[in-house]
Design a protein. Sequence first.
Length: 269
Amino acid sequence: MENCKKLAKQIRIDSIRMTNNGKSGHVGSMLSMADMIAVLYEKILNVDPKNPKMPDRDRFVLSKGHAGAAVYSALANKGFIPRDWLMTYYCDNGKLMGHISHKVPGVEFSTGSLGHGLPVAVGMAIAARYAKSDRRIICMSSDGDMNEGSTWEAIMFAAQEKLSNLTLVIDYNQVQALGHSEEVIDLRDLKAKLENFGWSACEIDGHNLDEIYASFSSLPHKEGKPTAIIAHTIKCKGIPALEDTVKSHYRFIPDEDIEQVIKKIEEEE
Ligand SMILES: [Mg+2]
């Protein structure tokens, strides 16, 4: 798992530098999923930087498009895009848009407005079935995404269609744009809810690389059912002063703090 650890650290550092450079972005949302993005791109997704449109590649859809810088970092570190694009993130005429864009090689679908990723991922899963392809469709969503009606329509439909080639990963840090999730819309027992909607659901520690790998590498968890992985995470993981805070949602680290914050991440075991 050394490579995953290294990539997760790099994703955190890149996300912090990119959002600082662009003076905009959602650093808390990026750091929350950095470990999972690292495992996906290092060990799980069947994708090829030399052939990003390879027909039978796995499809990864980031529904929480506001956190796209973390995926851009992974794509740069895996060779899909040049590393020097990263410092154009959120800049005028830059190569990398503030919310994730399919104009960037390796990105499947543009998102930003919540509730769009999973419905599209369901369509991709049905298309894969028609094509008799073994490719897997993995969608990552957020607390805010799980408040959207379109997400729950897609959840019902995926169960109806028995889409075992579909996985929903929920970056369940329990913080969203305007508050802690229990104060905005409490998702309550999310695992039981998803199971009642016909999915196979499990809970993992979304910062434990071994646990992430064990869960992601054993898909689908049950034949004939879509899989939901509820990943318990910490918003802005890696910057203790901002962990689990609402203010870390839409934020960048200012110039005066950035070197100290990055030094701490670099030194972390
Ligand atoms: Mg959240």
